[in-house]
Design a protein around this ligand. Structure first.
Ligand SMILES: NC(=O)c1ccc[n+]([C@@H]2O[C@H](COP(=O)([O-])OP(=O)(O)OC[C@H]3O[C@@H](n4cnc5c(N)ncnc54)[C@H](O)[C@@H]3O)[C@@H](O)[C@H]2O)c1
Length: 373
């Protein structure tokens, strides 16, 4: 296994959580070796591992899972939750808290989330409230969690069919990236992570944008070297943004490009019905269309972005084909009004004028409706 690492700094909100150590480990993910044989085996604190049923059933996870007998391995414990967005609930958070409490974990111990964005968000949220805060670490296993969800300290769960309504800011202290986990993902989950990476490219990294434009074959075939480069670039870019603006008072809000449209689409579709990334990619298309309608961007840029969205098979139509029933724009706008980023009754959107040229503004609802028909 070859390794390289770097650190991201956060404001010292919580003791011990002001720096994240990021480790990249190439080769087949071997968590038994990582946690029970290497440097991490020297950890003196107890570890409460949380994963989901799908990740627990991956072939590469079997040597790790088999270490636990009825969820217990020496001083450490393992909890396996249901998989996916439908389990991103307050009940799952409480299941983690309850299991850690029943096993007498203290606030000096560590929670370790092994999974996609759902497991990372849930585990970190539970860690942030458990006995007023214990440490959290991640092993992100989806591309989406590697390039986005694991970095930046946002935690939480859904509530009443609304995304991420409950949560905290609580960064992980250590992150272990095995890019090879990406090879196990089904197509739709792989594409979901790519969408967040494409968003990062549009926002901050012209070289990465050009990779998406020119290297679709390599990216679509999950070429390992290309993927490692994408993940590394995204982690660096997001790390640098959260170092500048941890609590999203300014530049961090740019990371929501495509998300106001995307979250609303996820709610309309029913949480878990489409992937987060597919919704975000569609939202990026809508945000670029809106910029074009406002004459903020050239037709050539709009067409190029739509060409890229199509090369990765993301939805580009104003009303995605799977949406049932009428009144789509009205339904979507009603949900967009509840978005956390709005500062007044007006809907605030991230507008992309060109690669790395971004601004935030309140947008007239008639104009928003015009890109949803
Ligand atoms: N905290 C943040 O800053 C942040 C940022 C972006 C997204 N998110 C959140 O992340 C969530 C989406 O994350 P996600 O797309 O990773 O979803 P997910 O965690 O639900 O994972 C998607 C599916 O892939 C499975 N899976 C995980 N790893 C796998 C692997 N290696 N091989 C095969 N299957 C695997 C999971 O079991 C699940 O069924 C959303 O809830 C979103 O709100 C959070």
């Amino acid at each position: 296994m070859s390794q390289n690492s770097f650190k991201i700094s956060y404001p010292a909100l919580h003791a011990g959580t002001n720096k994240s150590l990021i480790k990249f480990i190439s080769g087949t993910p071997d968590l038994a070796a990582l946690f029970f044989e290497g440097e991490e085996a020297q950890e003196t604190r107890r570890r409460f591992f949380v994963t989901d049923a799908t990740v627990a059933s991956l072939e590469c996870m079997q040597s790790f899972i088999s270490k636990f007998d009825d969820g217990v391995c020496g001083k450490d414990c393992l909890l396996i939750l249901g998989s996916g967005e439908p389990y991103k609930t307050i009940e799952s958070v409480l299941n983690i808290v309850r299991a850690a409490f029943d096993a007498n974990f203290t606030r000096k111990d560590i929670f370790i989330g092994i999974g996609g964005g759902v497991i990372c968000d849930l585990t970190a949220f539970a860690a942030s409230i458990y006995k007023r805060g214990t440490s959290v670490q991640f092993v992100p296993t989806t591309l989406l969690a590697m390039v986005d969800a694991s970095i930046g300290g946002k935690t939480g769960c859904d509530f009443e069919n609304y995304k991420n309504i409950i949560g905290t800011f609580f960064p992980a202290t250590k992150l272990f990236y095995f890019p090879e986990f990406v090879q196990y993902l089904p197509e739709n989950q792989y594409n979901s992570g790519l969408a967040e990476a494409f968003k990062t490219a549009l926002l901050f990294d012209k070289e990465l944008y050009d990779m998406f434009k020119n290297d679709a074959d390599k990216i679509n075939s999950r070429d390992s070297k290309t993927l490692e480069k994408i993940i590394h670039k995204c982690v660096k870019a997001k790390g640098s943004i959260v170092e500048q603006d941890f609590t999203e008072q300014g530049i961090r809000a740019y990371l929501n490009l495509g998300h106001t449209f995307g979250h609303a689409l996820e709610t309309v579709a029913g949480l878990g019905s489409i992937t987060h990334g597919a919704a975000v990619a569609w939202g990026i298309g809508r945000a670029v269309e809106l910029a074009y309608k406002k004459e903020y961007c050239m037709q050539a840029f709009r067409d190029e972005v739509f060409g890229i969205l199509k090369a990765y098979k993301w939805y580009t139509e104003s009303v995605p084909s799977f949406v049932k029933g009428g009144g789509f724009s009205e339904r979507l706008i009603t949900i967009m009004r509840t978005d956390k980023k709005n500062l007044s009754e007006k809907i605030r959107l991230i507008i992309c004028k060109a690669v790395t040229e971004i601004q935030i503004e309140e947008v007239d609802e008639k104009l928003i409706a015009s890109v949803l028909k």
